[in-house]
Write a protein that binds this ligand. Structure first.
Ligand code: IPE
Ligand code: MG
Length: 227
């Protein structure tokens, strides 16, 4: 969800107004995904590198996160949405950690959209953390483990690999997001800044995805033969 700061700056507003406005885009995206039957939506809210930002921006983002949990979780629950926060939450303050755990517990058995919020998340952290956790439980795998052994220890170990990756805000990079899981994902980059990312923009991304041919290493002819 990139481009909040620039969106605000262009309007001569403080950066935090961009974050505030970005919440609307997130709301729209969640609703849209629920409506069209998307099973998993994972949004990158705060990277492990974002702590390097000015302290007042970081603390605004933390309190925005807290406020959203307080205000929105009930609505998510009523819409059968399961919320999960992925990332190293041990760096958040105790109250925020508690709110996260409560929100996850409340929505844990919901079967509609699975909404994952990546916060203090990094793709390399995810892989390294998974390796450590796996070896703690299975030291005997140290020299022999396979991708399948590791999979359940990754943050989204129980989820299918993402079909579509969308990055707003014009940058053409992954920025350490879901490195492992994006191996065969389709990429969509748009210059639209996150707060301006509306329903039409999201429909455009989805329709672009629908025109891709996903070969997973095979040839077009093989795919045609399989139909
Ligand atoms: C993304 O918007 C939101 C967060 C990282 C929380 P940015 O804050 O990165 O906005 P730009 O890239 O400065 O425009
Ligand atoms: Mg940015």
């Amino acid at each position: 969800m990139d481009g909040n700061g620039r969106w605000a700056k262009r309007r001569f507003l403080p950066r935090i107004m961009g974050h505030q406005r970005g919440v609307e885009s997130l709301r729209m995206t969640v609703r849209f995904c629920r409506d069209i039957g998307v099973e998993y939506l994972t949004v990158f809210a705060f990277s492990s590198e974002n702590w390097r930002r000015p302290a007042d921006e970081v603390s605004f983002l933390m309190s925005l996160f807290m406020k959203l949990l307080e205000r929105e979780v009930e609505g998510l629950h009523q819409n059968d949405i399961r919320l999960k926060v992925i990332g190293d939450r041990s760096h958040f303050d105790a109250k925020l950690q508690e709110a996260i755990s409560e929100a996850e517990a409340l929505t844990a058995s919901n079967t509609g959209l699975k909404l994952n919020i990546a916060a203090n998340y990094g793709g390399r952290w995810d892989v390294m953390h998974a390796v450590h956790e796996m070896l703690k439980e299975h030291p005997e795998l140290a020299t022999t483990f396979t991708e399948e052994n590791l999979q359940p220890y990754l943050c989204l170990g129980d989820a299918p690999e993402p079909d579509l990756f969308i990055r707003t805000g014009g940058e053409k990079r992954i920025s350490n997001f879901m490195l492992w899981q994006l191996a065969y994902t389709e990429f969509y980059f748009t210059d639209t800044l996150w707060p301006a990312f509306n329903r039409r923009a999201l429909e455009h991304a989805v329709s672009s995805y629908q025109h891709r041919e996903r070969r997973f290493g095979r040839t077009s002819d093989q795919l045609a033969g399989a139909k």
